[in-house]
Design a protein around this ligand. Structure first.
Ligand code: A2P
Length: 340
């Protein structure tokens, strides 16, 4: 049987996630027949490399998707709201990394290790949503625990890298750090406060309930992906001066009796997870180890001694790869293999 080849578009190709999407398509040998690299008008004239060839960046327009089979979007929520339906109308399936479509009941929200079956729902709108970066790594680690022990409640605090905000935020952390150590002045352009040598308990906009939008994404998306609205989730999301790799302290309370030993064994056998948990040897998940690879690292697995059935975990992954680009390309792989 000859391999199915597809025409692909990447919308937001010049951005941090878009660029990684291109790298993932190459690395994973995605069956690309042709590729279109789309961005805003500002980027017309630029060229990006795909499989050794320099390709022109084209402006994203209403006509961009004629003849395209699969489009990977990472160009912001407004762009997705406007262009994803147009792409779908043109017969293309969109895998969208923005938050625009995630909670639409007619759009599947997918982490391939957790709910690949949900991809089938793409047929209604022609759109599949890629979850929030912090949510993806958390559910990769928690899904096996939920299936085995029944999760009642999750309390999560995140330590999120600036690359999640985009390229300009990476530059801001770099520029501010350099300015600070040289006793020079600096500007806050991307974040409302200095991010260098600081922690900001503020990711995305504040909502009426006092939580940020990022925190509420973790609450709502976790329930949708785990397909269980009974799970209580509460989150505090924090931006920290790390370039790549989100870390999370996660406390889980379960219905069934749970032990650290059982969780460690379960996670050692779970897809997409690597257990890094030898505290006596100073081995635990680190952003520096998670960055540049696709597994979700889990460690510091220990009993929560303050409740009857509880466990604490430290979960780390590359927010640009598994938290965004890799997850989107994994979805596209299943789509091509099983549905197109
Ligand atoms: P451009 O580089 O032309 O501005 P990041 O999240 O790293 O900042 O990247 C955002 C990505 O989304 C970039 O590729 C950016 O293109 C693209 N983008 C932003 N706004 C638009 C738009 N209105 N139309 C098309 N692409 C856009």
């Amino acid at each position: 049987m000859t391999e199915k080849m597809v025409n692909v578009a990447v919308a937001g190709a010049t951005g941090a996630v878009g660029n990684q999407m291109i790298r993932c398509l190459e690395e994973r040998n995605f069956p690309v027949r042709s590729i279109k690299l789309l961005a805003s008008k500002r980027s017309v004239g630029r060229e990006l490399r795909f499989r050794g060839d320099l390709m022109p960046v084209e402006e994203l327009t209403d006509e961009s998707f004629a003849g395209v089979d699969v489009a990977l979007f990472s160009a912001g929520g407004d762009t997705s709201l406007r262009f994803a339906p147009l792409a779908a109308q043109a017969g293309c399936v969109v895998v969208d990394n923005s938050s625009a479509w995630r909670m639409d009941t007619q759009v599947p929200l997918v982490v391939p290790e957790v709910n690949p079956h949900a991809i089938a729902g793409y047929k209604v709108k022609g759109i599949i949503a890629n979850p929030n970066c912090s949510t993806i790594q958390m559910v990769v680690a928690l899904n096996p625990i939920h299936r085995a022990f029944g999760i009642k409640r999750i309390v999560v605090s995140t330590y999120q890298a600036v690359s999640g905000t985009g390229k300009k935020a990476v530059d801001e952390l770099f520029d501010q750090t350099r300015a600070m150590i040289n006793f020079l002045g600096y500007e806050n352009k991307i974040y409302p406060h200095r991010i260098a040598f600081n922690c900001l308990p503020h990711i995305d906009r504040f909502q009426e309930n006092g939580y940020t939008k990022e925190e509420m994404k973790m609450v709502n998306e976790t329930r949708k992906i785990l397909e269980d609205d009974r799970i209580g989730v509460t989150a505090t999301t924090v931006r920290v001066p790390v370039f790549f790799g989100h870390s999370e302290a996660v406390n889980v309370e379960t219905r069934e009796k749970i032990t650290a030993v059982a969780v460690r064994k379960l996670l050692e056998e779970s897809p997409g997870v690597e257990v890094v948990d030898e505290p006596t040897k100073n081995r635990y998940p680190l952003a520096t180890d998670a960055a540049g690879q696709d597994l979700t690292l889990v460690g510091r697995i220990r009993q929560d001694e303050s409740v009857q059935n509880g466990i604490n975990l430290w979960i780390v992954a590359d927010n640009i790869r598994k938290g965004a680009a890799t997850n989107a390309v994994q979805i596209a792989e299943i789509l091509v293999k099983d549905y197109l």
